[in-house]
Every structure is written in structure tokens, then in C-alpha cells.
Design a protein around this ligand. Structure first.
Ligand code: GRF
Length: 195
């Protein structure tokens, strides 16, 4: 069985989509731990509901990244949980060392745009403000940049006239909930199981 850990800061709808698909363990991969930098994040409540071990990690003094100590704690928990790879599901901090080095080429992220367009925050708002006819979401490997790693898969959604940032984000999220489990399944399928 391939084991993966999930990191998130938000309501956790992508984690929910993953947990619903993978929790039975019939796909050869399973989420085994959920970690958040926010004590009251919805993703932790969801993790408990799915009976997956959940932990809040105090992020330290920085706004956009975890302190090295906090990342060290994350690495330790992921190792203790014997995870093979890591899935970011709405994790709002940039990944640094030691986490990047602990799972090289084994950290996935989902971003709400057709990368390389609109990296960074509130990509759906950026798309509406730019007036593009099409938006979407991208699953990619995490490297030391912001939303720059190798692209593993994308889904497209139209931008409709009258769309607000919120209505476009809602449409993108529907696409995310189909794309992320599919790509995670493919990725896990290429890893060798431990047992
Ligand atoms: C998603 O739109 C994802 O693309 C971005 O953060 C959001 C997380 O949403 N990285 P949720 O917590 O999974 O609902």
C-alpha cells in the first residue's frame, strides 16, 4: 500500500475529494496523516471525520513559510507515518528545506489556474481581472519556486460573462475535485509499494 500525507490550511474540499476516493484502500494508495498550519482549519475537522490522524503544527514567526523547526516537525511526523509522498491541498505556505529535501520529486500541489499563467495567490481573481476566456487548475510537482514545478495534469474551465472571482473559483474547484484524485492515483501507481 502506498501511503501519502496531506498538508492544508483551508476548508479541505480537495482533501475530501481525495479521502472519498482513496480511503477504502482499494486503489493501492491511502492518505494516512493530515497536517495543518492553522489550528482550526476545516481540513483538520475533515481528517478527524475520516478517522485519519491529524496534527496542527505551529508555523513559527513567518507569514509565507513555516519556520525550519516547524518544517522539521512536519518531516518527522510524515516519516513516522511512513508516507511515500506528500499532497498539498490548499497549503498556504511556500515549502522550503528540510521538507523539500526529505521528499524530492514527491510533493504534489494543486493550483487554481492553467500554469504557467497566474501563479501565486487568488489565481481565479487574477484570471477574471485579466479577462481571459479560459481558466482551470493544474497539478504539479513542488520545487523551490512558487507554482513552478513540473506539470502533471491540467483541467480547463470556461470563464463566463458575468463571472465574479467567486463564481469562477467555484467552477474551478469542481474541476479540481476530479483532477487531483486522478493525478494522485497515476502518481501513486508509478511508485513502488513498501509491502
Ligand atoms: C484550491 O483552490 C487549491 O487550488 C488552492 O487552494 C484551494 C484549496 O481549497 N491551492 P480546499 O481547501 O481544498 O477547498
Amino acid at each position: 500500500m502506498i501511503r501519502f500525507g496531506v498538508l492544508g490550511s483551508g476548508k479541505g474540499s480537495n482533501f475530501r475529494a481525495l479521502a472519498e476516493v482513496f480511503r477504502a484502500g482499494t486503489l493501492g494508495a491511502q492518505p494516512v496523516i493530515v497536517l495543518s498550519d492553522l489550528e482550526h482549519a476545516g481540513i483538520l475537522d475533515l481528517g478527524r471525520k475520516f478517522e485519519i490522524p491529524c496534527h496542527f503544527i505551529a508555523p513559527g514567526p513567518f507569514r509565507t513559510k513555516m519556520s525550519p523547526e516547524a518544517e522539521g516537525e512536519i518531516v518527522q511526523l510524515l516519516r513516522e507515518a511512513q508516507v511515500d509522498f506528500v499532497v498539498l491541498a490548499g497549503f498556504m505556505r511556500v515549502i522550503k528545506e528540510p521538507l523539500l529535501n526529505a521528499f524530492p520529486g514527491r510533493i504534489l500541489n494543486i493550483h487554481p489556474s492553467l500554469l504557467p499563467a497566474f501563479p501565486g495567490l487568488e489565481a481565479w481573481r487574477q484570471a477574471v481581472e485579466a479577462g481571459v476566456p479560459e481558466a482551470g487548475c493544474t497539478v504539479h510537482l513542488v520545487d523551490s519556486g512558487v507554482d513552478t514545478g513540473k506539470i502533471l495534469g491540467q483541467s480547463r474551465v470556461p470563464v463566463l460573462s458575468g463571472d465574479t472571482a467567486e463564481s469562477l473559483h467555484a467552477r474551478i474547484q469542481i474541476a479540481e475535485h476530479e483532477l487531483y484524485p486522478r493525478i494522485v492515483r497515476e502518481f501513486a501507481g508509478h511508485l513502488l509499494p513498501r509491502d
